[in-house]
Ligand binder design. Structure first.
Ligand SMILES: Cc1ncc(COP(=O)(O)O)c(C=O)c1O
Length: 395
């Protein structure tokens, strides 16, 4: 009998390698595969499912919006679209303008084009960065293995070591259009820069008339315990007001929606005809995002993100085979004594937990904000046996 994996391999492009599971349904922070086996989802669709799976509020918002008005073109406006833009700006606490997209890469494409409207072309980016897979966002992504097969990429991108303010100072000059950084590097394995880094980046960019662009595709929408990570006093010292912020992932809680937000004057750099999208910010996507924002506010999920994050970090750090735990809130990176993260992912799956390997010795946890204490405790209890089964040796 042909399996789903065989049918997948025969019908889908092999961009992701063989799927680890064929999933059938989800509820809260739990998913079930086609054979009915249950897993605690500690990855949340890679930091996307902020409200977990099948959250009643999200389901109702999408259902109601689709029954009312599902899609219109951007020749027309919709109430959810405008309301969402206002809410995202209110969370930033500043005036600005929003361009909605369907993904993080598209939000970054929009922002990349926006930087060109300064009349300058150079973008200074951090090594270890991940900004997406389209040609523009790939040009801003540092990993050679992703870039090389597709070169030449759009140019005038300069890479500097992440978290190094002196390197930024040396690289940024009056020809720089923008400095682009992630407040925490997610794909690199949850790498946290010094607390002074973002404020330094802001000062350096502004000293040269350049824009500060923060990619909060992974860190935004509450993931670190504040709505935007650059507002998190645990991560950032001083006040940072980025000129551009890009969002996606958690924003729609699983419905594809992203945003390129530009504050102050940079919000007015695009003129009619400069950029566009058919689907970006459609009423259903915007209604989904509003449901996520409402749930975060009304169910006090940011406080839960902080509590759950602490519980998880303390729990996994208790095993001596974990050499470092990084991150705040529910964006957590773990380093192992040995490069066995792929084995740990497999062993965790066997034990009923979904986790993610970012590098051979690094794991990432980015679970839904609706994870329960019992879910965390179950994972922490299973953790030593998972490491045993993966063959990670005690130091
Ligand atoms: C920081 C960051 N930017 C951009 C992207 C790309 O987003 P998408 O996969 O939605 O295009 C990602 C995805 O992992 C990301 O983590």
């Amino acid at each position: 009998m042909t399996t789903w994996n065989e049918r997948y391999a025969a019908s889908l492009m092999n961009t992701f390698g063989p799927p680890k599971l064929v999933l059938a349904r989800g509820e809260g922070a739990h998913v079930w595969d086609v054979d009915g086996r249950e897993y605690v989802d500690l990855l949340g669709g890679i930091a996307v499912n902020a409200l977990g799976h099948a959250h009643p509020r999200l389901v109702a918002a999408v259902d109601e919006q689709l029954r009312t008005l599902g899609h219109i073109s951007n020749f027309f406006a919709s109430v959810p679209q405008v309301t969402l833009a206002e809410r995202l700006l209110a969370e930033l606490g500043t005036d600005g303008r929003v361009f909605f997209t369907n993904s993080g890469a598209e939000a970054n494409e929009a922002a990349f084009k926006l930087t060109r409207r300064t009349g300058r072309t150079r973008v200074v980016v951090a090594e270890g960065s991940f900004h997406g897979r389209t040609m523009g966002s790939l040009a801003l992504t540092s990993k050679q293995a992703y870039r090389e097969p597709f070169e030449p990429l759009p140019g005038d991108v300069v890479f500097v070591p992440y978290g190094d303010s002196a390197a930024l100072e040396a690289a940024v000059d009056d020809s720089t259009a923008a400095v682009l950084v992630e407040p925490v590097q997610g794909e690199a394995g949850v790498v946290v820069p010094p607390a002074s880094y973002l404020a330094d980046a802001q000062r350096i960019a502004h000293d040269h008339g350049a824009l500060l662009w923060l990619d909060e595709v992974q860190t935004g929408v509450g993931r670190t315990g504040t709505f935007y990570a650059h507002q998190n006093p645990e991560l950032v010292s001083g006040t940072v007001v980025p000129d551009i912020v890009t969002l996606a992932k958690g924003l729609g809680g699983g419905i594809p929606v992203g945003a390129c937000i530009a504050t102050g004057g940079s919000g007015k750099l695009f003129d009619p005809g400069n950029h566009g999208t058919t689907f970006g910010g459609n009423p259903v996507a915007a209604a989904a995002a509003l449901a996520v924002l409402d749930a975060i506010a009304e169910d006090k999920l940011l406080a839960r993100v902080v509590e759950l994050g602490e519980r998880l970090r303390i729990g996994v750090a208790a095993d001596p085979r974990v050499t470092e735990v990084r991150g705040t809130g529910l964006l957590i990176g773990l380093d192992l004594v040995e490069p066995k993260s792929a084995d740990v992912v497999a062993a965790a799956q066997d034990a009923g937990f979904i986790v993610n390997a970012t590098t051979p010795d690094r794991l990432r946890l980015a679970p839904p904000y609706v994870l329960t204490d019992a879910d965390v405790d179950a994972f922490v209890a299973a953790w030593p046996a998972i490491l045993d089964q993966a063959g990670v040796q005690r130091p």
